[in-house]
Write a protein that binds this ligand. Structure first.
Ligand code: DOR
Ligand code: ZN
Length: 345
């Protein structure tokens, strides 16, 4: 039986939500991950250091005692974010980073930024103090095709930010296109990107062929196979600009299976097994540790974790649990469309 031991991973992009759903989903992440960057798109969003500290306390309360885990908090940038308050929250270690959602780009992003030029003084301040900027990189113009929104964002906005502020530490989050892979790998040293397990597993056929599959609906939307391949090449390359951000995003089953289904894939539970499978299928299992446990920490200037986890390759495909129960509702757990043999111990 094949077996590997790797440094305990970090998840550099997670949605924990709040209340009963928070309690149900947090242990799914804290089981295998040492740290996670927690997204601020609650309703209402986390807008300042005080709210971030309070949210962190709510998270800490539901971490199982046997799990050693550190939530890293974020602030949701708006056009009225006070740059001095932001600086204070960062310097006091209340928050780890700030998140830029173009207004209307995704779930709970209505109070996001309409025009990047309006937040340039805030971004300049962040560059000065070394605070990372996390970006949902999609334009929201109705005329732009949903499959092109990431590429257009890079051309219209990211390139502008990178040229104006080369010292700003930026993560282009959950990238989905070959254009994003090239832009980031050729970009300045402070620019990196996270990649999700679902974008490494599926192309857009998994969303649209044989009937609409709402549980594979996420934003940025799944793309063509050649884009998926480019993401896999980046993930297994060992290039320290690419690392794991799961974008695990729980929604209730009934909200995903509705006439206007929510975007988001809940993948925390089996993420490490699925990634090991993909790396193994690409003869690169030895590169898994860089992607999940080293590259992100380097980008953010964090220490590498001490703990280790073991993964073993079983003879039979694993049987995954189908859903997580939250009260009398269910959150469907992501399953890829290929068998997975790697189990975490
Ligand atoms: O699919 C997504 N779901 N993409 C996002 O950017 C947000 C997330 C959510 O919060 O549900
Ligand atoms: Zn997200």
């Amino acid at each position: 039986m094949e077996e590997i031991e790797i440094i305990k991973p970090d998840d550099w992009h997670v949605h924990f939500r709040d209340n009963s759903i928070l309690k149900a989903v947090v242990p799914e992440t804290t089981r295998h991950f040492a740290r996670a960057i927690v997204m601020p798109n609650l309703t209402p969003p986390i807008l300042n250091g005080k709210q971030a500290i309070e949210y962190k306390e709510r998270i800490k309360k539901v971490i199982p005692k046997t799990h050693n885990f550190m939530p890293l908090m974020t602030i949701y940038l708006t056009e009225s974010t006070d740059k001095n308050e932001l600086k204070e929250a960062y310097n006091n270690k209340a928050v780890f980073a700030a998140k830029l959602y173009p207004a209307g780009a995704t779930t709970n992003s209505d109070s996001g930024v309409k025009d990047i030029k309006n937040i340039m003084p805030t971004l300049e301040k962040m560059a000065k103090i070394g605070m990372p900027l996390l970006i949902h990189g999609e334009v929201t113009d109705n005329e732009v095709d949903i499959f092109d929104r990431e590429k257009v964002f890079i051309d219209q906005s990211l390139d502008f930010i990178c040229k104006e502020l080369p010292e700003l530490k930026i993560t282009l989050e959950h990238i989905t296109t070959k254009e994003a892979v090239s832009y980031v790998s050729e970009g300045n040293k402070n620019l990196a990107a996270s990649i999700t397990p679902h974008h490494l597993s599926l192309n857009r056929n998994a969303l649209l062929v044989g009937g609409i599959k709402p549980h594979n609906y996420c934003l940025p939307i799944l793309k063509r196979e050649d884009h998926k391949q480019a993401l896999v090449v980046a993930a297994i390359s060992g290039d320290s600009k690419f690392f794991l951000g799961t974008d695990t995003a729980p929604h209730f089953k009934e909200d995903k299976e509705s006439a206007c289904g929510c975007a988001g894939v809940f993948n925390a539970t089996n993420c490490m097994s699925i990634l090991a499978e993909i790396f193994d299928q690409n003869n690169s299992i030895e590169m898994l540790e860089s992607f999940t446990s080293i590259n992100g920490a380097k980008h953010y200037g964090c220490k590498i974790n001490h703990e280790k986890i073991k993964l073993k390759k079983s003879n039979k495909p694993l049987k995954f649990k189908k859903y997580l129960k939250v009260g009398n509702k269910e959150v469907i757990i992501f399953q890829p469309n290929f068998p997975v043999f790697w189990e975490v111990f």
